[in-house]
Design a binder for this molecule. Structure first.
Ligand code: NAD
Length: 500
């Protein structure tokens, strides 16, 4: 098994065997179930080395001209396009998602590189002339310093690019701690940044688990933390890092509802529901996991979804015919299967049982897709984020009850409405408590020029990620008030300065 380490100061870090008490993890190939890499878990000392490299690189990088910074992102964009298939193959081999989906993730990540390349525009300050006699005021946006980025397993290219592109564009330096389940894509990204001209130490990657994360959160050198992952960990990251006086944005889990009104096109809604529920094996924070059938639309919708499920091809992500790959680990597959097994006892109807699908017998961490009907809010399958290929159908009599159902949910990441009624869609947008809303769009992930983030337990902190809000998050503003007095008119004045 190849040994995977860290990337510090522009190079792959010294062999981890050199460290005493070195701990290791295992990276699997989910399609075969085989262990394929050994992963060195960074100790607190190793993380301190990466933070020191980032701190040392900070003065030079923040003083680098904006055009030179932008140039790195233009070159990186070219490299990402050129090596998209290689990156996608790395993602598929460790995450399991199908190659086309992995390539799609690279494309969505690229949006953030393109946005970052416009840093000259994003970092413009404001200027007011003559706020008082002979006095002008301007504001500048300066980097916050060393930024810690901690990312989940489900988008090993896109989520790191959400964070590091904009943090680096703003003149910060970064220590990235990717998921220990699929770490290789982040290391390849770091190499590509270097190839694009990023100076050593500006982007460092440490691999590991809680020990590495805690070392980032506790370091006084780290001024801001971007986190994406599950809600319990997001909450604890927010509490620990903000207690140390850092800026924190911690994006958590989700339970995304797709509301289908009686006037919707049933076939189009079924296509969207199947795509959004089972794509990437349901391991997307914006996956649709609850279908809210309003009025009498439930039976027709469930039948249309069932027909589509029977035609899905599940298999290794490297097979061209595969539409859905395996889950990330054997433990996660078993946890997801448990929700389906327990559903009948709670009163739900298992319309399609993915745990009985022959693929679930292995090899690999495969599970068939499941459809649960007559799900109610008290059931575990409704309450928990399952994060697998399980779609729950909840039936409600009216638009108002659909809105209440969504608004009472613990999470508020994405939500969608399917309808032909513009007035109903507008009212939904007005009332619904979620950060991202789709109108006849099942997975409304904003493009890179907007910002991404949920409400309620889907985000801790007040700043959404990437896009304009990230420029705000990764910079500190400074306001400068200037006067160039004429010595001839200078005098002592103990009064409080007034602009009138
Ligand atoms: P996770 O919370 O288990 O792990 C995320 C990161 O935190 C990883 O780097 C992991 O090593 C680290 N971590 C895990 N346990 C920790 C601990 N006790 N202390 C400190 N760090 C710890 O999440 P995951 O399973 O990798 O990813 C799936 C989750 O991420 C889902 O809940 C999904 O909804 C969520 N997610 C959210 C978004 C979003 O934008 N809101 C996007 C992608 C994924």
């Amino acid at each position: 098994m190849a040994l995977i380490g860290h990337y510090i100061n522009g190079v792959h870090a010294a062999p981890p065997e050199a460290e005493s008490g070195q701990r290791y993890g295992v990276v699997f190939n989910p399609a075969t179930g085989e262990a394929q890499h050994q992963l060195a878990f960074a100790s607190a000392a190793r993380v301190a080395e990466a933070i020191a490299a980032a701190a040392a690189a900070l003065p030079g990088w923040r003083a680098t001209s904006l055009t030179k910074r932008a140039d790195v992102f233009f070159k990186l964009r070219h490299l990402l396009v050129q090596r998209r298939d290689e990156l996608a193959a790395v993602v598929t081999s460790e995450h399991g998602k199908v190659l086309s989906d992995a390539a799609g993730e690279v494309a969505r990540g690229l949006e953030n590189v393109e946005f970052a390349a416009g840093l000259i525009q994003h970092l413009k300050g404001d200027y007011s002339e003559q706020v008082a006699n002979g006095v002008d005021v301007h504001s500048v946006k300066q980097p916050v310093g060393v930024v810690g980025c901690i990312t989940p397993f489900n988008f090993p290219v896109m989520v790191p690019l959400w964070m590091v592109s904009n943090a680096i564009a703003c003149g910060n330096t970064v220590v990235l701690k990717p998921s220990e389940k699929d770490p290789s894509a982040a290391l390849l990204l770091a190499e590509l940044f270097t190839e694009a001209g990023l100076p050593p130490g500006v982007l460092n990657v440490v691999n590991g688990d809680k020990e590495a994360v805690d070392a980032i959160l506790d370091s006084p050198e780290v001024r801001a933390v971007s986190f994406v992952g599950s809600t319990p960990i997001a909450r604890s990251i927010y509490e620990r890092a903000s207690a140390k006086g850092k800026r924190v944005q911690a994006l958590g889990g989700a339970k995304n509802h797709m509301v289908v009104l009686p006037d919707a096109d049933i076939e189009a809604a079924a296509d969207a529901a199947v795509s959004a529920a089972y794509g990437s094996a349901g391991e997307r924070c914006m996956a649709v996991s609850v279908l809210v059938a309003v009025g009498g639309v439930g039976d027709a919708l469930v039948a249309a979804i069932q027909t589509r499920i029977s035609k899905l091809t599940i298999g290794s992500g490297t097979e061209a015919a595969s539409e859905m790959g395996p889950l990330i680990t054997a433990e996660h597959r078993d946890k997801v299967a448990g929700y389906v097994h327990r559903a009948p006892a709670e009163g739900a109807t298992v319309v399609v049982d993915g745990t009985a699908d022959p693929v679930a017998a292995g090899p690999g961490f495969f599970l068939g897709v499941s459809l649960l009907d007559q799900v109610e809010t008290g059931m575990q399958a409704y309450r928990d984020e399952i994060f697998g290929p399980v779609l729950s159908v909840v039936r409600v009599p009216s638009f108002e009850e659909a809105v209440s159902l969504v608004n009472e949910n613990q999470y508020g990441n994405g939500v969608a409405i399917f309808t032909r009624d513009g007035g109903a869609a507008r009212q939904f947008e007005f009332e619904i408590e979620a950060g991202m809303v789709g109108v006849n769009v099942p997975i409304p992930v904003p493009v890179g020029s907007f910002s991404f983030g949920g409400w309620k337990d889907s985000l801790f902190g007040d700043s959404h990620i990437y896009g304009p809000e990230s420029i705000h998050f990764y910079t500190r503003s400074k306001v400068v008030t200037t006067r160039w007095p004429d010595p001839a008119s200078s005098s002592v004045d103990l009064g409080f300065p007034s602009n009138h």
